[in-house]
Design a protein around this ligand. Structure first.
Ligand SMILES: *Cc1c(COP(=O)(O)O)cnc(C)c1O
Length: 363
């Protein structure tokens, strides 16, 4: 493969588009004849300002966001958002609804409980996180401050393609592991956030999208760096942001735009999912999916093999054959294939050939 690269199925940090790596590489020493590298520019320079604004514009274009949405680039990962959200939006006397569909939702709930009243509207523990809730299973609070949801469960391997109906209550969504992977209507979302290192680029920058009416409900008097209002007012430049991360994310977004936006990305991801799940289903339980079929994630495919020895052999043989990062999370075990946007259909085709061969030899 080009540059002797291998197929990368790491869960995060994860594969990034080769086009973005090449674009950054081309401008590494001297960004567009400015005589300096991007990371050498001041975050307040007109050169960085152009990059920053272009990245914001691409986020809005690709997600089809109107003027009522603000786009921020913060630090400390999606994990800081778990605390910042209730700190800002879970006011006195209010309840926040949380839909618990996996390890990340569980962490978000733990943080929210530090700041206010939390109602777990669906507890996935009861089904061992092997499926997502149906609308009629949700125990929503009538005038909740917000409903928090994790769109893709990176560890358990489930994904929402249709989002719960919450009436006038804004949805707040952790999209860390599936942002920009398929089309959806952004209107019900009061806030969307995502650590960059799965679908957007390098770690160290978190995309936060906030709707203006929700922002206006934020509590006052919190420490400055944890106040959304300040970051919106200062366009993410209250302090020094991760300029390199924002720049790299911009190159990833340009790649998505060049492919044809979310419609094209969705088509690619559907093709990958059909290839891999299709083969698993044909394998007669040799590669057994760990979640219900109608909850399957296109981003993280979790499976078990007939025994743990075969799983270890599969992961080791896979690595030798040029497939990296196949080990499942310790809470699920087995094999996990993380195939975010940047993983091409070609990689899945080759992986399926390897899986067939492995099954023939060990089945
Ligand atoms: C990886 C991940 C996180 C954690 O992100 P950090 O940026 O490391 O804090 C949170 N939520 C989901 C869904 C994830 O996949």
């Amino acid at each position: 493969m080009k540059y002797d690269r291998i197929w990368n199925f790491n869960p995060g940090p994860a594969a990034v588009p080769l086009d973005a790596l090449e674009a950054v590489n081309k401008d590494w020493f001297n960004y567009q004849k400015t005589g300096m590298a991007v990371m050498e520019w001041s975050h307040r320079s007109k050169e960085f300002d152009a990059i920053h604004n272009e990245t914001i514009a691409l986020v809005k274009k690709l997600l089809n966001l109107g003027d009522e949405y603000h786009v921020l680039f913060l630090q400390f990962g999606a994990s800081l958002q778990f605390g910042m959200i209730p700190m800002n939006f879970l006011g006195e006397g209010k309840t926040a609804d949380y839909i618990n569909t996996g390890s990340w939702s569980t962490k978000a709930i733990k943080e929210a409980k530090l700041f206010g009243k939390v109602n777990v509207a669906f507890d996935g523990n009861e089904v061992n996180f092997t499926r997502l809730p149906k609308q009629n299973e949700l125990k929503l609070t009538k005038d909740a401050a917000y409903v928090h949801i994790t769109s893709n469960n990176t560890i358990k391997g489930t994904q929402f393609f249709e989002f719960p109906e919450t009436g006038n209550v804004p949805l707040i969504c952790d999209m860390s592991s599936d942002i920009l992977s398929h089309r959806f209507d952004p209107k019900p979302f009061g806030m969307i956030y995502a650590g960059a290192q799965k679908n957007l680029g390098p770690s160290g920058v978190t995309l936060v999208i906030l709707r203006d009416d929700v922002l206006k409900t934020a509590r006052k008097g919190i420490t400055t760096m944890l106040t959304y209002d300040i970051h919106v007012e200062k366009n993410s430049l209250y302090n020094t942001p991760n300029t390199f991360g924002i720049y790299f994310m911009g190159e990833v977004l340009k790649w998505i735009d060049g492919l044809g936006g979310l419609e094209a990305v969705e088509k690619r991801n559907r093709e990958k999912a059909n290839l891999l799940y299709g083969f698993m289903d044909e394998s007669g339980e040799f590669y057994r999916g760990t979640v219900d079929k109608d909850s399957r994630s296109w981003m993280n495919v979790c499976m078990r093999l007939p025994n743990e020895e075969l799983e270890a052999k599969f992961i080791a043989d896979g690595k030798n054959a040029g497939f990296n990062g196949l080990k499942g999370h310790r809470s699920v075990g087995g094999v996990r294939v993380s195939m975010y946007n940047a993983v091409p259909p070609e990689a899945i085709k080759e992986l399926v050939v390897f899986m067939k061969d492995f099954m023939a030899k060990n089945g």
